[in-house]
Design a protein around this ligand. Sequence first.
Ligand SMILES: *Cc1c(COP(=O)(O)O)cnc(C)c1O
Length: 453
Amino acid sequence: MTDTVKYVLDESRLPTHWYNLAADLPEPPPPVLHPGTGQPVGPDDLAPLFPMALILQEVSTEREIGIPEPVREVYRQWRPSPLYRARRLERALDTPARIYYKYEGVSPPGSHKPNTAVAQAFYNREAGIRKISTETGAGQWGSSLAFAGALFGIEVQVFMVRVSYDQKPYRRAFMETFGARCIPSPSDQTNYGRQVLAEHPDSPGSLGIAISEAVEVAATSADTNYALGSVLNHVLLHQTVIGLEAKEQMAMAGDYPDVVIACAGGGSNFAGLTFPFIGDKLREGRSVRIVAAEPAACPSLTRGTYAYDFGDTGKMTPLVKMHTLGSSFVPPGFHAGGLRYHGMAPLVSHAKELGLIEAVALMQTACFEAGVTFARHEGIVPAPEATHAIRAAIDEALRAKEEGRPRTILFNLSGHGHFDMGAYSDYFAGRLVDQHYDENELSAALAGLPKVE
Ligand SMILES: *Cc1c(COP(=O)(O)O)cnc(C)c1O
């Protein structure tokens, strides 16, 4: 067998439908609640923020939802994305395990996020919306929506977490190249931003604060909608093209995974790769382990409480039941900015409660070490977020060696790290340290969870 083993699907194999896990779950996830009344929200409650097509996907229990042709047309620019067998890495680890990875860094913005950005821009334009406001942490979501907005003629306004805005000027330039406006958050453009600045003039910002600002803009302007890059059911749905393609590619390889791994921040790339395999598990009883790899400094799945909470810091969003560290929890500033979110997608949280998935929490230096090993053998510099999946996959391969039992491992390489070389510089200079969250701050944030029922 040659060293470069790549499974490429023909364009004609681009999925025609997204896969909706809700159709196969043994029990439905708990409803989303209105923060004022405590009652389940209806479609009309969400209409100021999202087009009806996305609201209906949010609550759908249909197994297959058709991908509109204009969305497939854009997907075709880089999809189906390649799946590789990591032969050189396997040899370096001297493992009997077979390691495969699905590579989402081939999209123009360099991650999985355009899979949903393109769909969201399309449905908004169909609904006659001209402007979308959103937030971005590390910059990957803002870049993806800016890209999609340019293709569908939608103006995009991005509230970018202050610390990233200062640290990553090229991410901002990338968004501006597509015509998006990028504003550091907290900003003086919203009531909530002004309130935060009045109390903390030097606030570094957080994803929770930026979400509040973007939601406020959309809720108070008739011509502007809001878009979220992870967490929500419709976002996870759009990402399932990853897993649907991967299943076909594993079949091409004549193999099927024993374990499927992805990193988890809000849960979207994890859901994208794993939900179609969880569907196999539920419908056909296939035995496959599903593992979420999260950062030890922001461990919502392994350390959070499963409870109703707000999605933002300003407490403007509906209440969703999820694994949460508390909406006021501000994680320490580690380098995988895309994993610094206080909650986990409700569907992923529900799957965890049902025992369908496992989770591991990993330290960032061990993840960078794995990322560098991966780059030196496979030739791709991974995004800091994706190094969590690589660490978990390597650990699994080393366990296979220890136990002398082969197994098939599949993981998601959610993006490349070309905009994150500052983090790699810090790692090589020994400036990267393992961050621990503050236990007292976590207790305080959990004590502040909204009381429901
Ligand atoms: C945003 C991002 C993540 C984390 O978000 P999820 O919704 O958990 O997938 C992971 N990897 C990359 C490359 C990202 O851009």
